[in-house]
Design a protein around this ligand. Structure first.
Ligand code: HEM
Length: 406
C-alpha cells in the first residue's frame, strides 16, 4: 500500500488541485483518503478509464437501504433518525437509483433537450447584454457577482418560474446548504428554502402559469408519480445544479483565457471557435471537481484494487480530464483541441441533465464578454484568488478583473 499522504481536503489544494491529482494518478490512481473533519474514508478515482467505467457501473449505487445489509447501512448513516429538514431536499434524481431515478428524470428531461434549450438563445443573449450594459463606466468588476452568477441564476429561475428578484436568497441558501457556515447554517438554509418553495408550490396550485414549476405541481396533484418531498428536492437540485456549476464555467473559463493570452487572442479573432473553446474550458479547469459519491453494492474490483461492499467512491473529474493516457499535452489549454472527450458533465445514467443549457450559456456568455470588453485582466495576483471550500464544486468566491470597454 502506498503511504504518501495526499491531502485532497487542504485549503491550498482548492486553488490548484491539478498538481496533487497528477501525483496521485501517477503513484496511487485508485486512492483511499480520510476526510479530516468527518473522519470518513472515500475512494478517489483519478484515471479517465476508471472514472468512466465506475460511472457506468450499476453495481455502484445511491440507495443503500435497498441494496446493502442493515449493518453496512448503519455504519454509514449512524444510529440516529435521519434529519427531516435535509430529507426534504435530498430525495432528488441525483441521489436515487433506477427505477426512482428514471421516473424523476423523465419528468423533466423534455424541458432540457438541445432543441428546446436552443429556443432560449435570444433570451440568454439579452441577459448577457444587459449585464454587460450595467458595467458601463466601470473599470473593475467582480466577474462572478456581476456576470457569472446572475446570468445562469436568471435563466434557471425564469425556466422554473421562481421570482428572479429572489436570486440572492437562492444563492445564500444554496451556499449555506452546500458549503458555508457549518451544520447549523446549513440546516437553517435548508429549512428556509423548503418553506419558500412550499409557498411557491401553493401559489402555483392557485395560479397556474406557463412554467416548469406549474408543470411539476400538476404532476404532483395527479397522484402517484411525484410526491411533495420529491418535488421540493427536484426544485432544489435544478436550482443549485442550474447555477452553482455554470458560474464556475464562466469564471474558470475566463481565467484560463486570461492566463493563456495566445488562446484569448485566437478566440477574439475567430469567435466561431467558441464551441471547441467551451469544451476545452470544461476539460481544463472544469466546474465540478469530483462527482457525488456512490457506494459499492458488492465487492468490486476497479483499477486493480478491490473496493469492499459499502465503501464510498467518487470520480475526480478534474483528474480524469487531464489524464495523459487520453489527452495529448493534458496541461496545455488549447481551444482547438480535437478530439476532446472530457467527462466534465459526468457519464452514465446521472450524466448532466443540464449539459445543453450549460453549453449554450457558456458559449453566449464568454463570446459576449470578449466582444464587449477588448481587455480583461485579473485585478489581483492569481494567488490571492479565494476558492470555494468544496470538493464538489470547483470555483472562486470572487474574481476581481480590470476591464476596458469597446
Ligand atoms: C457547466 C455547467 C455544469 C456542469 C459542469 C455540470 C456537471 C454535472 C455533473 C458532473 C453531473 C453528474 C454528477 C454525478 O454523477 O455525481 C451533473 C448532474 C446533473 N446536472 Fe449538471 N452540470 C452543469 C450544469 C447544469 C445545469 C445548467 C443544470 C440545469 C438544470 C444541471 C442539472 C443537472 C442535473 C439535474 C443532474 C443530475 C442528473 C441525474 O441524476 O440524472 N447541470 N451535472
Amino acid at each position: 500500500m502506498i503511504n504518501e499522504s495526499f491531502n485532497i481536503w487542504a485549503k491550498e489544494t482548492r486553488a490548484n488541485p491539478q498538481a496533487l491529482y497528477a501525483r496521485i494518478r501517477e503513484v496511487d490512481p485508485v486512492f483511499k483518503g480520510t476526510g479530516p473533519q468527518t473522519g470518513r474514508s472515500f475512494w478517489f478515482l483519478t484515471r479517465y478509464e476508471d472514472c468512466v467505467s465506475f460511472l457506468k457501473d450499476q453495481r455502484f449505487g445511491k440507495q443503500i437501504e435497498k441494496h446493502l445489509p442493515p449493518e453496512k447501512v448503519k455504519e454509514w448513516r449512524g444510529d440516529g433518525e435521519p434529519d427531516p429538514v435535509f430529507e426534504a431536499i435530498d430525495r432528488h434524481m441525483l441521489n436515487l437509483d433506477p427505477p426512482d431515478h428514471t421516473r424523476l428524470r423523465s419528468l423533466v428531461h423534455k424541458a432540457f433537450t438541445p432543441r428546446i434549450i436552443e429556443n432560449l438563445r435570444p433570451r440568454i443573449q439579452e441577459i448577457a447584454d444587459d449585464l454587460l450594459d450595467a458595467m458601463a463606466g466601470k473599470d473593475e468588476i467582480d466577474l462572478i457577482a456581476d456576470y457569472g452568477f446572475p446570468l445562469p441564476i436568471t435563466v434557471i429561475a425564469e425556466l422554473l418560474g421562481v421570482p428572479v428578484e429572489d436570486r440572492d436568497k437562492f444563492r445564500a441558501w444554496t451556499r449555506g446548504i452546500l458549503f458555508e457556515g457549518g451544520f447549523e447554517n446549513s440546516r437553517a438554509s435548508a429549512m428556509e428554502f423548503g418553506m419558500y418553495m412550499n409557498a411557491m408550490i401553493d401559489d402555483r396550485q392557485q395560479h397556474p402559469q406557463e412554467d416548469l414549476l406549474t408543470g411539476l405541481v400538476h404532476v404532483e396533484e395527479a397522484g402517484d408519480t411525484l410526491d411533495r418531498v420529491e418535488l421540493l428536492s427536484m426544485l432544489f437540485l435544478l436550482l443549485v445544479a442550474g447555477h452553482e456549476t455554470t458560474v464556475n464555467l464562466i469564471a474558470n473559463g475566463t481565467l484560463a483565457l486570461i492566463e493563456n493570452p495566445d488562446q484569448i487572442q485566437k478566440l477574439r479573432a475567430n469567435p466561431d471557435l467558441i464551441k471547441p473553446a467551451v469544451e476545452e474550458m470544461l476539460r481544463y479547469n472544469g466546474p465540478v471537481e469530483t462527482t457525488t459519491w456512490r457506494h459499492a453494492l458488492e465487492d468490486i474490483e476497479i483499477g486493480g484494487k478491490v473496493i469492499p461492499q459499502g465503501d464510498v467512491v467518487m470520480a475526480a473529474l478534474l483528474a480524469a480530464n487531464r489524464d495523459p493516457a487520453v489527452f495529448a499535452n493534458p496541461d496545455t489549454f488549447d481551444i482547438t483541441r480535437e478530439p476532446n472527450k472530457h467527462i466534465a458533465f459526468g457519464n452514465g445514467i446521472h450524466y448532466c441533465l443540464g449539459a445543453p443549457l450549460a453549453r449554450l450559456e457558456g458559449t453566449l456568455a464568454v463570446n459576449a464578454l470578449l466582444q464587449r470588453l477588448p481587455q480583461i485582466e485579473l485585478a489581483v495576483p492569481r494567488e490571492q484568488l479565494d476558492w470555494n471550500d468544496s470538493l464538489l464544486l470547483h470555483g472562486m468566491k470572487a474574481m476581481p478583473v480590470q476591464i476596458k470597454h469597446a
